[in-house]
Design a protein around this ligand. Structure first.
Ligand code: S3P
Length: 441
């Protein structure tokens, strides 16, 4: 069976309502939190993807019973000390940085060594950023090349609190440390650059001893040891990162309109909306509600006549970190030069995304100037691609695949995009929704 997709036609204008799959960050966090709860937790609309399946397999390896039927899931938590640690456990985080990093914070009390492995892409990523702070709690690590997977973690029964400065804007680092701190004696103090705050919001909802103060630049998180929390039910809202592909397809497809239902619009995730508004796009949030501490809304977007270039304020970077690749396509059609900077974290993702962003644009005939952490994009409002483009060898980064599909459908040309299976990690439903936009009903 072929694992590539060929696209030779632009998409026609559309006017539709869609729903995208459950949020990945929240799905993985729900699995981890419910594995520690006392009793049976239930989730509906859990994202069914390889990253979430890896999280479920991980807690099962630790002795937690999980029942999954379609996107409905039950987890039989056995309390905070309910993991069945034994010799020889190997956890495979597959492609998931979120799982691989967050779970280490929970394993710091394991009396036995646990091996953490991942796929080719995850094995290239930085795990020293997690092992460094977790070592300070009292855990021990052995990492390949002092930095990568596979790694071995052995916990301790004498965990002490730490002070930690999270200076990358990484929610994965911050969350792993919060998990570690919840298991450790004393009060841990975290000063963190802005990043998504789902972990803190779930802790608040579950009444765990996690206290947050914010100023413009940093979040200050204070964490004490926790003893017990009750099982909980959760309806996972839709993923704004998955929605972003369709929002931007609408922006790039003249005379189109789209509504996406019940999307998580946590302000630490909505950089894409703020950036598109700055570029002159009409985008509205309707039916806004608070769901267990998270905000959700329907997103409505209307394709513009003209797109303004942007000098993107770096304070929006953390809330947009997974969306830049596809936002670069909007800059490609803008009427002028756009500039995005302080993006060193983009190359820490499933593939070096700054490089891939530039490559896709250059293939389409768009001039870019890139440095290690910035990109200037010379937009062309009349861009019409008329050549053959092949996208391959990108470490199966799901967001490179989906961005390339949006580019092909928006700008034309004849595209062959390899590694279609990459969407299984975060958004297996992606191509089905694309096809639903093509149908006129
Ligand atoms: C995530 C945090 C971000 C993001 C990733 C999901 C999370 O990574 O890119 O897709 O769920 O905490 P970093 O923490 O490395 O920035």
């Amino acid at each position: 069976m072929t694992n590539s997709i060929i696209i030779t036609n632009k998409i026609n204008k559309f006017n539709k309502n869609i729903t995208v799959s459950g949020d990945k960050s929240l799905s993985i966090r729900w699995v981890l939190f419910s594995s520690l709860a006392s009793g049976i937790s239930k989730a509906s609309n859990l994202l069914i993807s390889e990253d979430v399946a890896a999280a479920i397999s991980a807690v099962k390896k630790l002795g937690i019973k999980v029942q999954l039927k379609n996107n409905f899931c039950k987890i039989h938590g056995k309390g905070i000390n309910g993991y069945n640690y034994r010799k020889g456990i190997i956890i495979d985080a597959k492609n998931s940085g979120t799982l691989g990093r967050l779970i280490l914070g929970l394993l710091i009390n394991s009396p036995f060594p646990i091996k953490l492995i991942g796929d080719k892409s995850l094995s290239k990523r930085d795990f020293k950023r997690i092992s460094d702070p977790l070592t300070k709690f009292g855990a021990n690590f052995k990492l390949k090349n002092k930095k990568n997977l596979p790694l071995i973690i052995k916990g301790s029964s004498h965990l002490k609190s730490i002070t930690y400065y999270e200076n990358k804007g990484s929610a994965q680092c911050k969350s792993a440390v919060i998990f570690g701190a919840l298991r450790s004696n004393g009060t841990t103090l975290i000063k963190a650059q802005k990043s998504r705050n789902h972990t803190e919001l779930l802790c608040k909802y579950l009444k765990l001893p996690v206290y947050v103060k914010k100023n413009k630049l940093h979040d200050y998180v204070k964490v004490n040891k926790f003893r017990k929390f009750k099982s909980f039910n959760y309806k996972i809202p839709s993923d704004i990162s998955s929605s972003a592909f369709f929002i931007i397809l609408t922006v790039l497809c003249p005379n189109s309109k789209l509504i996406i239902k019940n999307v998580n619009i946590n302000p630490s995730r909505t950089g894409v909306i703020k950036i598109l508004k700055m570029m002159g796009i009409k985008i509205f949030l309707e039916n806004k509600k608070n769901y267990k501490g998270e905000f959700v809304a329907d997103i409505e977007v209307i394709s513009p006549k003209k797109i303004k270039p942007i000098n993107c304020p770096p304070k929006l970077n953390s809330g947009t970190i997974d969306e830049f690749l596809v936002i670069f396509l909007v800059a490609a059609k803008a009427d002028g030069v756009s500039y995005f900077k302080n993006l060193e974290e983009l190359d820490q993702k499933e593939s070096p995304r700054l490089k891939w962003g530039a490559k896709i644009l250059n293939e389409m005939g768009i001039k870019t100037i890139t440095t290690k952490s910035s990109i200037k994009i010379f937009g062309n409002p009349n861009l019409n691609v008329n050549k053959k483009i092949i996208i391959k060898n990108y470490l199966k980064d799901h967001r490179v695949f989906m961005t390339s599909v949006i580019a092909a459908l928006s700008f034309g040309g004849s595209w062959k995009i390899y590694d279609k299976d990459s969407i299984k990690t975060s958004f297996p439903d992606f191509l089905r929704i694309i096809n639903s936009l093509k149908k006129n009903d």
